[in-house]
Design a protein around this ligand. Structure first.
Ligand SMILES: O=c1[nH]c(=O)c2[nH]c(=O)[nH]c2[nH]1
Length: 306
């Protein structure tokens, strides 16, 4: 048995307030707007003494981080979640001495107006689908050492095409039972995260455009595999949006198996399927520019997987 005798030391650490549920209503007129967010703050820096000696003198309480998150929702507004995240991250790095880097992760839940007499209501909404907009903002260092990274994204975007997808010609071995197919359902619950090359961005327009591009390629590309579809989706997003350095895609292959109706003498020409929830193929790919600026710690996650 291998036995290790080396000195035990503190490794990397970070802390913050995770999943602050911030609902911001703008009510300057009778027609209100709503932004519904889940905001996490994460600080890195010289917090060794808190771990090694129980010394809290450098520790900004996670409760204070929470209060700042809520106050900034009014002071700075949340019209663009990326700007709100940048304001928070800059504040923690610039104004709180021991903080070397701050990361703000945001999920945004979409709401749509209830329609009354054909018109969207002023102050009543229903939650819109499962889809979530995401952002992860990291600010590190001050002065000439300053680095800022913004990652936009979405998750739980459920998308399905009923044809235009095949999977054949794959490697086989004695355990292979899968039949090749030239016509299948392709469906996924897409997670995509894209890293911006800078911070001067039309955030909402870019979000809507990237989302539309990803959906358009999924729909129109005749797919030979989910792997190919993911690469082409990412490539199209980078081609259309030069503000992007890279995009990372994660897609569970939500299998739909043709249900065996032959047993009943009933023909099933790809019309009735069993939607299987588990297990699923999990296909992940990143697409990037060769001249993408350094990602630094932009992808180091706090609350969730990246
Ligand atoms: O698009 C696919 N990629 C795979 O790698 C794979 N593997 C599998 O069994 N079905 C599929 N589909």
């Amino acid at each position: 048995m291998t036995e290790l005798t080396g000195k035990i030391v503190l490794g990397p650490h970070r802390y913050g307030k995770a999943e602050n549920r911030v609902v911001r209503i703008v009510r300057d007129t009778d027609r209100h707007t709503i932004r519904d967010l889940n905001v996490s703050s994460c600080l890195r820096g010289d917090f060794d003494a808190a771990h090694l000696d129980g010394d809290q003198s450098s520790v900004l309480p996670t409760d204070t981080q929470k209060q700042t998150i809520y106050s900034y929702a009014k002071e700075k507004g949340v019209e663009f979640v990326e700007e709100y995240g940048l304001a928070l991250a800059r504040h923690f790095v610039d104004d709180i001495e021991p903080v070397g880097a701050a990361r703000i992760e945001i999920e945004e839940y979409a709401w749509e107006r209830v329609v009354v007499d054909g018109v969207g209501h002023d102050h009543t909404w229903t939650r819109k689908g499962s889809e979530v907009r995401t952002a992860a903002i990291t600010v590190q260092g001050t002065g000439s050492e300053r680095k800022e990274w913004v990652i936009g994204g979405l998750k739980d975007l459920v998308i399905l095409k009923s044809t235009g997808s095949e999977f054949r010609g794959f490697l086989t071995d004695p355990y292979t039972v899968l039949e090749p197919t030239t016509d299948r359902i392709m469906a996924t619950s897409l997670e995509a995260r894209w890293r911006f090359a800078g911070t001067d961005v039309d955030w909402d327009e870019t979000y809507a455009g990237i989302r539309a591009t990803l959906c358009e390629v999924f729909a129109t590309l005749h797919s030979k595999a989910l792997q190919q579809t993911l690469f082409e989706m990412g490539k199209a997003a980078l081609e259309r949006y030069p503000v992007l350095a890279e995009i990372r895609l994660s897609a569970p292959n939500k299998h739909h198996f043709t249900y065996d109706l032959e047993r009943f003498g009933v023909e099933n020409a790809n019309e009735v399927f069993h939607a299987d929830d588990r297990p699923y193929g999990l296909i992940q790919a990143s697409v990037l520019r060769e001249d993408a600026p350094d990602a630094g710690i932009a992808w180091e996650p706090y609350t969730g997987a990246v």
